[in-house]
Design a binder for this molecule. Structure first.
Ligand code: NAP
Length: 286
């Protein structure tokens, strides 16, 4: 059986553009009234082309919102100690509001140690264990940007979460786990699935909301879904393909994210949003 009407598309592209417009206004206001321009520092280690593109996109996004980005580029021979020293400098620099360390770093570097060196208040990408712990306890912190973007998207469409069954497929530190924590905080009943979950289609079928966070193209199938499900696909695979099989999932859904144009654009919007919020917080604390 399929839904009688077409699902509503959760349009992250339009929402992200609206958020970025609001951030630009806030940033201009902050400069005019307080002489403060929000600054995001980005650290790129090595020459991975995809990472370089992501960092460039983030820099351009800052420009479009009247924010500054300070780009730090380090060679792929960088050691953990050298990277920690760079992070220490950025932590100590009062002009910097947020720090983004682009993942992944070269394998000789202890990435977790470096992420955790970022001061919690400058952790606008939501990558520190302190930030994750605070989010898990329902305390204020900048959440990991993709989960934060998903929550913002659901809120925009007034999708109820309280008492709903939410099934998150994937448990990564940047996506599945923090998303589960945020959904729990919103009073959903949350199930987190992973590669060792047995009878995955049956578990997914229990979800009023299903979140595809797997990293495998077209992985979630339409016949795994409850009729009228809210399907959020965070996946982004080569060829603009999500983690859910859009064609078979579409007729089962009441709301669905397109790929691209659903979750993806929300991630950078949240990074900018956290940076502006931190700049405002800092200025008001002076
Ligand atoms: P990840 O670190 O590789 O984690 C993938 C998760 O999926 C793991 O928890 C893994 O389980 C689980 N998984 C793998 N195979 C499975 C299976 N057969 N059944 C059930 N679970 C399975 O990936 P990620 O970084 O979270 O990214 C996930 C997806 O989101 C990717 O498509 C990525 O491109 C996308 N993403 C998008 C954005 C954005 O800005 N839009 C940001 C981040 C990620 P185990 O823990 O058991 O290994």
């Amino acid at each position: 059986m399929t839904s009688q009407t077409n699902p509503v598309l959760l349009d992250g592209k339009t929402l992200a553009a609206k958020i970025r417009g609001e951030l630009k206004d806030r940033s201009i206001k902050l400069q005019k009234e307080k002489g403060k321009r929000p600054v995001l520092a980005t650290i790129l280690v090595g020459a991975d082309p995809a990472s370089a593109t992501y960092v460039k996109m983030k820099g351009k996004a800052c420009e479009s919102c009247e924010m500054d980005s300070k780009k730090v580029e380090l060679p792929d021979t960088t050691t953990t100690e050298q990277l920690l020293a760079v992070i220490d400098e950025l932590n100590a620099d009062d002009t910097i509001d947020g720090i983004l360390l682009q993942h992944p770093v070269p394998s000789q570097i202890d990435e977790r140690l470096c992420f955790d060196r970022i001061l919690p208040e400058k952790d606008v990408d939501g990558v520190t264990t302190v930030g994750f712990g605070r989010i898990s306890f329902g305390l204020p912190a900048y959440a990991s940007c993709t989960p934060a973007g998903i929550m913002r998207l659901l809120a925009e469409y007034n999708i109820p979460l309280q008492g709903k069954r939410a099934v998150v497929v994937g448990r990564s530190a940047i996506l599945g786990r923090p998303l589960a924590a945020l959904l729990l905080e919103a009073n959903a009943t949350v199930t987190v699935c992973h590669s060792r979950t047995t009878n995955l289609p049956d578990v997914v079928r229990e979800g009023d909301l299903v979140f595809a966070c797997v990293g495998k193209p077209n992985f979630i199938k339409g016949d795994w879904l409850k009729e009228g499900v809210v399907l959020v696909d965070a996946g982004y695979n080569e060829g603009n393909v999500g983690d859910a099989d859009y064609e078979s999932c579409y007729p089962k859904s009441s709301f669905i994210t397109p790929v691209p144009g659903g979750v993806g654009p929300m991630t950078i919007a949240m990074l900018l949003s956290h940076t502006v919020a931190e700049a405002e917080r800092k200025v008001s604390a002076r």
